[in-house]
Design a protein around this ligand. Structure first.
Ligand code: TXA
Ligand code: MG
Length: 318
């Protein structure tokens, strides 16, 4: 198992040696390595069992550091960064040569973001290089929102996890690109479409739901527990699967007809922020229960609800 602690100096030392470290962010935990060191980047793909065609996000301490890594910062990206960085939004921007092609899977854009977590901010500021970090889970599984999640799955492959407690947002960053006149959101995430549009006007959504590896990050089946997940209206699902031993992931309230101990509620007050924060942890708990199937409730499709529904839809994809 990896050591879990709050020692930024130790994390820094390991990263400078080309090793990987589990790092907290406001969204999910990352599996971090020196983004400018190809050997460290190879380790990330290996430890995560991630196919090389799926590019990594590069994490920076500031907008100033981001500028050094990309050809240009379009006005709309600049507006969003000024308003929401550090925070849960990732920009796809034309990369400079310093970023290894391995990081971007050969593409000419790099995903770049400034995470909002005090420990990781301090770490990034102490380093002379940015950090490549995918979510710290085996490829295809649910993202980790607590150091114990990282340790349970990758603890035998890395030495250290920086302990930043439970993630505040709980769902991955929103990914947006600026190749077209109208910016395109490629992944719904911790910053809502509504907040983005308030700042830069209309955006397009291109949420690929294919199994085509040319659509990185948007593989149809992703974020999946081992158990089968079905997503929709709970009362209907409970009836349809009544022959099975059911686990329920409800939005606000438990439902009739299923043992209470096998029902988890995301937010009793109906807060989408709270629901996002508890989503992945609760999926992990259900995945360990003695049940045949997880029935997940569709949440209101507004604000963070869009990202929650997106993750549940993908978790439910075959
Ligand atoms: O919140 C987050 O974004 C977390 C934390 C750790 O920062 N990171 C994260 O990384 O979710 P990951 O690797 O699990 O997901 C990043 C997604 C991938 O699916 C990848 O395909 C997409 O971003 N991506 C990265 N760079 C890209 C690029 N240049 N073009 C298109 N998609 C890209
Ligand atoms: Mg991921």
């Amino acid at each position: 198992m990896a050591e879990i602690g709050k020692d930024i100096g130790k994390a820094k030392e390991l990263l400078e040696q080309g090793e990987l470290v589990g790092i907290p962010t406001e969204t999910v935990y990352g599996l971090a390595g020196n983004a400018l060191d190809e050997n460290a980047v190879v380790k990330i793909f290996t430890v995560k069992d991630r196919p090389r065609f799926d590019p990594l996000i590069v994490h920076v301490a500031s907008l100033a550091q981001a500028r050094q890594l990309v050809e240009s910062f379009p006005d709309k990206a600049e507006k969003l960064a000024t308003q929401f960085w550090p925070g849960p939004i990732t920009f796809l921007l034309k990369k400079k040569g310093v970023i290894p092609d391995l990081v971007t899977s050969g593409m000419d854009t790099v995903g770049i973001r400034c995470p909002d977590h005090a420990l990781t901010q301090a770490l990034l500021q102490s380093l002379s290089f940015p950090l490549a970090a995918p979510s710290a889970n085996p490829f295809g599984y649910v993202s980790p929102t607590h150091p114990d999640h990282v340790n349970a799955q990758l603890g035998d492959r890395i030495k250290y996890i920086l302990d930043g407690g439970a993630c505040r947002v709980g769902i991955e960053s929103t990914i947006i690109g600026f190749e077209n006149e109208i910016p395109t959101i490629f992944r719904l995430g911790g910053l809502s479409v509504e907040d983005i549009e308030k700042t830069i006007g209309p955006v397009d959504l291109q949420l690929n739901t294919s199994s085509d590896p040319k659509s990185p990050g948007q593989l149809k089946s992703h974020y999946s527990p081992r158990k089968k997940v079905v997503w929709g209206v709970l009362a209907e699902l409970v009836e349809r699967y009544s022959a099975l031993k059911i686990g329920v992931l409800a939005f606000k309230a438990q439902v009739d007809g299923v043992e209470l101990e096998n029902q988890l509620v995301l937010s009793p007050t109906g807060s989408l922020e709270e629901a996002a924060k508890h989503l992945f942890g609760n999926l992990r708990v259900l995945d360990k229960k003695n049940i045949d199937i997880i029935l997940a409730e569709e949440v209101p499709d507004i604000g963070l609800g869009k990202a929650i529904n997106d993750r549940l839809r993908r978790a439910a994809a075959e």
